[in-house]
Structure formats: C-alpha cells, structure tokens
Design a protein around this ligand. Structure first.
Ligand code: ADP
Ligand code: MG
Length: 604
C-alpha cells in the first residue's frame, strides 16, 4: 500500500461532498457569500430545482480579478483577518465553498469592485469573468456588470455520477432551495431578496425588520395562532414567534432556528423546542417556530460542521433551560388569554373552556367551532363491517348513555351536572348556560398529570406498595435505561429494581396511577427515556415521565362511569389548572350554549 498526497482537484471534490451535498447547499453557500460581502440586495435564479442552473447576483463589495482567482482556491478567505477562529461573525470562514462547487460543476464567476465613494478614483474598474469547468480554468476576460458579484453554477454533479444519483427530483431540490433562501432571508431581514424558479418570480422581499420578515415567510395563520417570544437570562437572549399548541403540523418543516443570526439545525435547540411543547401537543405533531438565540461569541463554536449548520454550545443546559422555561411560561400565559379572545371573537357555536375559573386553558376549541359553526359536507362514512359491529356494540351493550332525571338543581358549576355518558367515552353535563360534553379519557389524563405535578412540587408523591411485586419482562437495553433512571423514577413513586438481564421488578407504583398494566408502562417509559436522551434536567425528565405515567393511569375511553364518578371528574376539572386541554393539546371539553341550541332548532 503506497501513501500519496492527493491532487488538489481530488481534494476539492472530496470537500465538495461535505460542503455541497445538493443544489440547496451550494445555493446556501453562495447567498451566504453575498451577505458576507455586505450586499443589500440578493437575487437568486434557479432552473430545474437548481440542477440545471443556480445563479446568485448581489450588490456587495465585489472582487478584483486577482481576488477572484484567489477566491477559487482552496482555503482562501477574506474572513479571518486575524487568526481568531472563536470570534466569527461572518457566515463563511473556511474558504472551501467556491473551490468545492467549482470542482463539481461549471462555474462562472463575474465580479466588479464597488468603487469606494469619495476616494477620488477616476475610473471604476470594469467587471471580470472567470469560467471554471470541473476544477479546470476554461476562460477569463472582461465582463459587463454593475458593481457586485454574480455567480452561475450549471450542471451541478453532472460529471459526478456518485453524487448525481443521490439527487432527488427537481421538485424536491427546489423545495430544499426555497427553504435555504427562506432561512437566510429570515436571518437577514435588512437585506432584500428575490427568488425566481424556471422563469417564475417566487419571492420578493423588501428590506424590513425581523418580525415582519418572519411574518412574511411563515404561515399567515400565525397572525392568529402565534405568540411572540422575548426572554433573556445569563447573557442569553431568545426572541421570535411560536405557534399555539393547537396550531401544529405533521412534519417539523416550519421550525427556523438561528444562533447569532446563523440558521442552524441544532439538536439542542430542536430538543428544547420539543420539550417546551411536551404534553401540550401529540408526539407526532410539531409546532411552527422562528426562534433567534443570541449567545456571546465565546459561548458557541460554529466550526463543527463543514456546512456550518450545527453549532456547539459551551453550556448546552443553560441554552436548553432558557428555551424550555421561556417558551413554557409564554405558552401557559397565552393559553389563558387566547381562550378569552376566542370567546370574545366570532359568534361560534361551541364555546371553549371559560376563563372564569381554573388557571390555564387550551385552545383547540376553534377546530370545533369550525366543525360545527359552518355547515360543511359530511365526509362519506367509512362504512365497513368493523364499524357496524362497533356501532351495534355501543348501542346494545350496557347502558352506555344512561339518562339522569334533571331534578337536581344545576347550581352554578361551570361544567354543570352530569346527565349521562355517550358512547362510553363522553360525559354529557347540564350547565347553567348550556350543554357540556367532556372527553373522559383526555380530561382524566390531564387531571392525573396535574395531580402528580402538584404532589411532586409539594415534595410528596404518594406511592402504593404492591403486595406482590410485579415482574416486567423487557429487552435488555430497555432494562438498562430504566435501571439507570431508577432514582428519578423513584421520586415519582415508581420503585423498581433490576431483576436479571431482561426483567425489572416493580415494588411500588404512584398512588395516582391506580391499577395499571405495569409492563406496558415500563416499556413506554423506557422508550421515553431513550427518546429524551441528551442533556435534560431532572425536572424536565420528571415532567415527561409524569405525562407517560398519567396516560397509563387514566380512565380509558370506553369505560362506563357512574354519575357520581362523572360529577367527581367535572368538579376536579373545575379546580385544576390547565385542565381545559389534554396532554396532547386537544380540548378536554366543549360547551354548546343555550342560545346556540335554540338557533339549531330555529327558535331564534
Ligand atoms: P469563505 O466564504 O469561507 O471565505 P468561499 O469559498 O465561500 O469561502 O469564498 C472565498 C472568498 O471569496 C470569500 O472569503 C470572499 O472574500 C470571496 N467571495 C466569495 N463570494 C463573494 C461575493 N459574492 N462577493 C464578494 N466576495 C466574495
Ligand atoms: Mg463562503
């Protein structure tokens, strides 16, 4: 085996694999260069998702011919005048992008230096053009262009089949390019942007302030469903906007995170965002967010990834703490206000939880308002044998909807007096001002969680020792995880110990849990712990664990409740904070006002 030094073209091509993975990453590098060059306007043109053409033109400082030649060389950069790699404020600094891109495409670089005003220079130097084809200089000469730089990349990866085959359709590549432009446009609201794709104008963004830029680029619905964020702690500052828990998405594609104005896809930040919404939103749903974190330069290392999309924080738990607690506080405060606002707004039929009592209320009722407020064609029912059987079961088995004579006074319980149960899932109650329907599982799950939280804060989680300890059979890694978390789980009232390589012995469970399927609970907890991973404070962990335990301890949908049980549930909901919304962000109850009932029957 003989060792050799690689020729520069090969070095560049290898580097290209790290820096430019697809058109969007090349585009990102070019736009970053324009921003670093002090551009106030950046114009992007794409063909076929950037596979055929990527062109970026700016009105930045420009380069003279010798600078242009240097720019195309590896490790040539103007952005590290000193050697301080820990004080980086520019997007670029590694001097890799241009030579890497030039090694895997045909690159045309045109530039003209912006004459410094008042310098008395007689003539502005004309523009210059250099064309490089897959790392080989092809031609150079004068070019006519306004001051600034224009770079064209054609046939990216055309001659690099190993790369080419990983590229996706023009559509998918275009989507990635659009995302890259959006992220940088959010990072630099003071710069104007245009984006054209296949001759069509997609974006026109005038220079503005960050909040308006974000509003322009995020879902417009966020006007109604977003909350502004501004909090600071220990030299860190977090600003931006997040969506209310009920306004969420099936994919995490609208989460824009910035560290010192640099768009990042950082695990610490993404994890903290998730944690803040934890138990307000279902596990497979994702909030929308644009969050700007400002950190002292020495607290963060940006040189950990060739594309610079990841960063490393000196103190990740401080960052995480600020985000989780800041967002959480704002979400809690807002949940009260938004409920009140929804009620004051449009004459919706279904009311949301009233803000008169309890502490925090979820949104969520708007969905119901839409569903019931505006008549819409019913979706065709998924009739099938299973459905029919299920329907029959519901109607024939047990007194699923027992009626209670309305003799007791309704009193002034906000959630009214239980009159019966429907489909063994919903409690129907008669309130002073209308008809209330409660989702029993969702409501109870929330109550158990809030009860456990309160008990934990009071320092005493009641535990119930098992007469005969239960043995749960699980995978070895699951057992390892639970064993490692035994102390924290003990604090929640769950006492367990290792019982051989693939079993866990449970000696006590939280009293709030009642009778439960211990093995199922442990499996969920093990999955939970694996998913959380990372740097998590004990408090955060306990919160997550409490939510999982609560789900197991709750009255299932489908269980028949006695009237006494139903009323007890309603009364407890009335005095429990945040009981208007379940652990997954859905409402736990809705109300149909008397006036609305009258309207339904045409009496009004
Ligand atoms: P880096 O951005 O890490 O310095 P690049 O390979 O992206 O490395 O660019 C090399 C150099 O070329 C930059 O440092 C900059 O001086 C110059 N350059 C690149 N793009 C532009 C541009 N649009 N306007 C002015 N100068 C540019
Ligand atoms: Mg660069």
């Amino acid at each position: 085996m003989s060792i050799r030094r690689l020729p520069p073209e090969l070095v560049n091509r290898i580097a290209a694999g790290e820096v430019v993975e697809r058109p969007a990453s090349a585009l990102k590098e070019l736009v970053e260069n324009s921003l670093d060059a002090g551009a106030s306007q950046v114009s992007v043109r794409l063909h076929a998702g950037g596979l055929e053409l990527i062109e970026v033109a700016d009105d930045g400082c420009g380069m003279d011919p010798s600078e242009m030649r240097l720019a195309l060389e590896r490790h040539a950069t103007s952005k590290l005048p000193g050697d301080a790699i820990d004080q980086i404020v520019s997007f670029g600094f590694r001097g890799e992008a241009l030579p890497s891109i030039a090694s895997v495409s045909r690159l045309t670089l045109e530039s003209r230096v912006r004459a410094s005003t008042g310098s008395g220079e007689a003539t502005t130097p004309d523009g210059w053009r250099i064309v490089v084809d897959h790392g080989q200089p092809l031609e150079e000469g004068p070019a006519a262009l306004p001051p600034g730089t224009r770079i064209r990349i054609e046939g990216l990866f055309d001659k690099v089949p190993a790369r080419r085959k990983f590229l996706r359709s023009p559509r998918a590549e275009y989507a990635a390019c659009l995302d890259a432009v959006k992220r940088l446009a959010m990072a630099r609201a003071d710069v104007g942007f245009t984006l054209d794709h296949d001759g069509r104008r997609i974006l026109t963004l005038q220079p503005t302030e960050p909040p308006s830029r974000v509003a322009e680029l995020l879902s417009h619905e966020l006007d109604r469903h977003g909350i502004g964020i501004d909090c600071a702690r220990d030299g860190l500052r977090l600003t931006g906007v997040i969506s209310l828990p009920t306004f969420n998405r099936g994919v995490a594609d609208q989460q824009y995170l910035f560290v010192n104005s640099r768009p990042v896809k950082d695990r610490v930040l993404v994890g903290a965002l998730r944690a803040a919404y934890r138990d307000l939103i279902a596990r497979d749903r994702h909030p929308i967010a644009a969050l700007f974190l400002e950190v002292p330069l020495e607290e963060v290392d940006v040189n950990v990834h060739p594309a610079k999309t990841e960063v490393r924080f000196r103190d990740p738990s401080a960052v995480r703490g600020l985000i989780v607690s800041g967002l959480r506080r704002t979400l809690d405060e807002e949940s009260q206000r938004s409920a009140a606002r929804e009620q004051a707004a449009a004459p919706v039929m279904w009311q949301t939880p009233s803000p008169h009592w309890g502490e925090g209320w979820g949104e969520g009722a708007p969905a119901f308002a839409d569903a019931y407020g505006t008549p819409s064609p019913l979706p065709s029912p998924p009739w099938g044998e299973g459905m029919l059987a299920e329907g029959q079961r519901l109607f024939t088995e047990a007194p699923a909807g027992r009626a209670e004579p309305a003799v007791e006074p309704v009193l002034s319980f906000p959630l009214g007096v239980a009159r019966g149960q429907v489909a063994a899932t919903y409690i129907v109650a008669d309130a002073e001002d209308g008809l209330v329907i409660v989702d029993q599982h969702a409501a109870h799950e929330r109550l158990v969680l809030e009860r456990m939280r309160a008990a934990r804060e009071g320092g005493s989680i009641a535990r119930q020792a098992l007469l005969i300890p239960e043995v749960a059979e699980l995978d070895e890694p699951e057992c390892d995880r639970l064993e490692a978390a035994a102390a924290e789980l003990g604090e929640m009232g769950l006492e367990l110990e290792r019982f051989g390589p693939t079993a866990i012995l449970v000696r006590a469970v939280p009293a709030a849990l009642g009778k439960t399927d211990v093995t199922g609970l442990l499996a969920d907890l093990a999955a939970e712990i694996a998913e959380l991973g990372g740097p998590l404070s004990l408090r955060d962990k306990l919160d997550h664990v409490a939510a999982t335990i609560a789900c197991h301890g709750s009255v299932r949908a489908g269980r028949i409740l006695s009237v006494t049980e139903m009323n007890a549930l309603l009364r407890e909901m009335e005095v429990t904070p945040r009981s208007g919304q379940c652990n997954h962000g859905r409402p736990t109850w809705v109300k149909l006002g008397h006036g609305e009932i009258e309207k339904l029957f045409g009496r009004k």
